[in-house]
Design a binder for this molecule. Structure first.
Ligand code: DX5
Ligand code: ZN
Length: 221
């Protein structure tokens, strides 16, 4: 499956933000990962509804909106998103996960169910016809700069095997959290195809964003 890189915008230098967006456009970046946190589902706040609206006006790069909020099905209208955008909601964030996912598709976007490291993959067995992708959290959500939860590599592999066995080869797997240059290779081999790139790859301080994107592209080829 074609790989996609989705830089995690919460890791950007906000004082150089516009420059970063133009660099992503120049590098044909596939998606922009936008972490939305409500301080309830996760112990942090990050970007908000006005930020998403402003970003939609600033660039044509499709958004990959990661909703780490409680009861997302009641809040989708707070955000602007359209047909090329991905919107992920956490299985753990609502008793009405099916309703949340079908509401995202009803608004023309690609629906993605997000699973925390401790959530087993079998929870999605009744959602396969309502999702375009599964977001496997490779850290516990809430903060950038964390370390990979090792068991998630096997989880990615088991999920890819399960989806293919069930005839859902087109459902993509996104990985999010400590997607370093080293971990990205392992995640790719395990079956991931969308890579949320944060502090340990695209925004790594060891090189420029251009150089980091180039390095990640080569690893994921
Ligand atoms: C964490 C967020 C991630 C985070 C990734 O809850 O969902 O997108 O920004 O940052 P790194 O790549 O530094 O783990
Ligand atoms: Zn995220």
């Amino acid at each position: 499956m074609k790989k996609k890189i989705s830089p995690s915008v919460m890791c950007a230098d906000f004082f150089e933000f516009e420059k970063s967006i133009r660099t992503f456009e120049a590098n044909n970046i596939d998606l922009l990962h936008i972490d939305i946190m409500d301080g309830g589902f996760v112990p942090n706040y990050t970007l908000g509804t006005d930020f998403v609206k402003a970003l939609k006006r600033k660039t044509n790069i499709p958004l990959d909106i990661h909703l780490m909020i409680e009861r997302p099905e009641n809040k989708l209208d707070w955000f602007e998103f359209g047909e090329n955008d991905y919107v992920s909601v956490h299985y753990e964030s609502t008793p009405h996960i099916h309703k949340a996912l079908t509401a995202i598709k009803g608004r023309g976007a690609k629906s993605m169910v997000a699973l925390n490291p401790g959530t087993p993959i079998n929870v999605i067995e009744n959602l396969l016809d309502d999702i375009d992708a599964v977001l496997v959290m490779t850290v516990n959500p809430g903060f950038a700069g964390q370390r990979l939860v090792g068991s998630t590599l096997k989880k990615i592999k088991r999920l890819r095997e399960y989806l293919d066995k069930e005839g859902y080869e087109n459902i993509e797997i996104e990985v999010d959290g400590n997607v370093s240059f080293e971990n990205a290779k392992l995640m790719r081999e395990a079956g991931a195809s969308i890579f949320v790139a944060g502090t340990s790859s695209v925004f790594s301080k060891e090189a420029t964003i251009d150089e980091n994107i180039d390095k990640l592209n080569k690893i994921l080829e």
